[in-house]
Design a binder for this molecule. Structure first.
Ligand SMILES: Cc1cc2nc3c(=O)[nH]c(=O)nc-3n(C[C@H](O)[C@H](O)[C@H](O)COP(=O)(O)OP(=O)(O)OC[C@H]3O[C@@H](n4cnc5c(N)ncnc54)[C@H](O)[C@@H]3O)c2cc1C
Length: 488
């Protein structure tokens, strides 16, 4: 599926309605007295189940305060009342969202000539894009208002004879991407957010595959279990943990993950970089692992956009040019030669020489000492040789693409696809890896293989499957480049 297809479909149903005017009054809420409502004040069982407890400075007082909250006015609890300290500079609320949008459309040139691939992922304070996605998620800005305010500026700009950018790169194009993922999710349903049973998602035998559980709505099928996965390779598990914690030894990747964890928002191309690195451009780890981390840390987390973009970046749907890989070294230099983004988010590297800021392991020891940061002690060495990993990943992707399995294929469901692909070039799982306890196999009462699905078989012949109705097959191929410039 593409945004062009979405626009074509949109032409049939006509333009989205303009937002309705702000109400001048709202109906009275009625009797707000809760005297007759009984409420069980939670006891210690609540505190034991409070997953955020470790992030609080002391006990959360809001829950105990009753249905109307600590001030008795139903207001949203403050961070102070929740006993938490915000690490993010981003703030919520409609007033702030409207101010952000107002400032964007005031700058007519920025609005009319916005071109996503030319925005800098290394810009922070301020960011190079609108930073309205958390507001879009929480509903503090209306999508229709965002769209029409921007379109009005573009139309005025064009009427004055000036050239505006067009979708997919323009600002309205960005909103079309959002709609495209929503539409794809609506079409596919429950399985949109996972590979298993999803006919549109290409199957790759990634490391750290999700465990499965029966789907309560369809006992014959299963769901990926969030956060629970098979550790098929200790090495990949270590890479994944280091990726999540921003300790890969590649400053560009680490700075992004630190920004994500502390601030909850990162630029789109920064998301591209870390998603590519975790999956087909370095670690060969399942995109579902990365999507879970984003789900936890993104302020703008949106199931459809998150899963859809992870599929795009891992080349499993929407996009298929797996040869185009983001370099963690050269890509960020296009917009930040000095490494200011890295210096900000990784203070250990603050004084590192510009020449080595993206590859600190190459810096002479004397210069490391002078910069006050010894590689391997104050900042990690790179966790692997990226160029080697890139080649291995490309080989693995090539093999998987040739095989052509998709998430709903019986071979994927019964584990055969993994057996066929594992051990083929690039799919470098250790030969002695065995994973047991496959609930899918047992829940299907012997229909599928009950032995380990993940044992390796180098002798199985690889045959290409044809006739798959893939979303990415509809993507218009551009000339293959070996490095991506992030044009989505
Ligand atoms: C791996 C990955 C995961 C992502 N997860 C999410 C997510 O959970 N939630 C989310 O809203 N976006 C997600 N995105 C898309 C995109 O990165 C963010 O929407 C964008 O960076 C938000 O910043 P902005 O508001 O400054 O965007 P701008 O560039 O200013 O765009 C304006 C608006 O368009 C929408 N938009 C822009 N690009 C996209 C896109 N590619 N897909 C969907 N909507 C888009 C957003 O609502 C955004 O606020 C993801 C991208 C990647 C690569």
């Amino acid at each position: 599926m593409t945004t062009a297809q979405l626009q074509k479909a949109g032409q049939k149903i006509g333009p989205p309605p303009r937002p309705i005017p702000t109400p001048t009054s709202i109906p009275p809420p009625g009797d707000l007295s809760l005297e007759n409502v009984t409420q069980n004040i939670p006891g210690p069982q609540y505190f034991n189940a409070d997953q955020n407890q470790s992030n609080r400075s002391s006990e959360d007082s809001t829950y105990h305060a009753g249905l109307r909250g600590p001030k008795g006015d139903f207001s949203v609890p403050t961070m102070e009342e929740l006993k938490m300290t915000a690490t993010t500079p981003h703030r919520g609320g409609e007033k702030i969202a409207l101010e952000i949008l107002e400032n964007i459309i005031k700058d007519k040139e920025y609005t009319a000539t916005f071109s996503k691939p030319e925005t800098a992922p290394t810009s922070f304070q301020p960011a190079s894009t609108c930073l309205l996605s958390p507001h879009m998620h929480f509903g503090s800005i209306s999508c229709r208002k965002f769209y029409w305010d921007v379109l009005d500026v573009i139309e005025e700009w064009e009427k004055s004879g000036k050239k505006a950018t067009k979708p997919p790169c323009s600002l309205t194009g960005q909103l079309f991407f959002r709609e495209m993922y929503f539409a794809a999710q609506a079409g596919i349903g429950t399985y949109f957010g996972q590979t298993l049973h999803n006919s549109k998602v290409r199957y790759i035998p990634w490391h750290l595959p999700s465990k499965r559980q029966p789907n309560p709505d369809d006992r014959t099928k299963s769901l990926s279990i969030k956060g629970t996965y098979h550790v098929d390779s200790e090495e990949a598990e270590e890479w994944f943990i280091r990726w999540r914690e921003g300790r890969t030894g590649f400053p560009w990747i680490d700075a992004i993950m630190i920004q994500l964890k502390t601030e909850g928002w990162i630029h789109h191309l920064a998301r591209h970089a870390v998603a590519c690195f975790l999956t087909r451009g370095g670690c060969y780890v399942d995109w579902e692992r990365g999507a879970e981390v984003f789900e936890e840390w993104l302020l703008d987390h949106e199931i459809s956009c998150n899963a859809g973009n992870w599929q795009w970046l891992s080349c499993t749907a929407f996009f298929s040019q797996y040869m185009r890989i983001y370099s963690p070294i050269t890509f960020p230099q296009k917009t930040d030669k000095e490494g200011n983004y890295i210096r900000h988010f990784i203070p250990q590297l603050k004084n590192f020489p510009e020449k080595y800021i993206y590859e600190p392991w190459k810096c002479p020891i004397a210069d490391q000492r002078a910069a006050g940061c010894m590689i391997g002690k104050d900042y990690p060495k790179p966790m692997f040789d990226w160029k080697d990993r890139k080649e291995i990943c490309i080989r693995g992707m090539k093999t998987a693409f040739e095989a052509g399995f998709h998430g709903s294929d019986v071979e994927v469901i019964n584990g055969e696809a993994r057996t066929i692909l594992t051990g083929k070039p690039g799919n470098d799982i250790n030969d002695d890896t065995k994973i047991i306890n496959n609930p899918e196999a047992s829940s299907n009462q012997g229909k599928f293989k009950t032995e380990s699905q993940f044992s390796t078989s180098k002798s199985t012949k690889l045959s290409a499957k044809r006739g798959q109705t893939t979303l990415d097959a509809m993507f218009v191929r551009k000339k293959v480049k070996s490095e991506d410039d992030g044009n989505n």
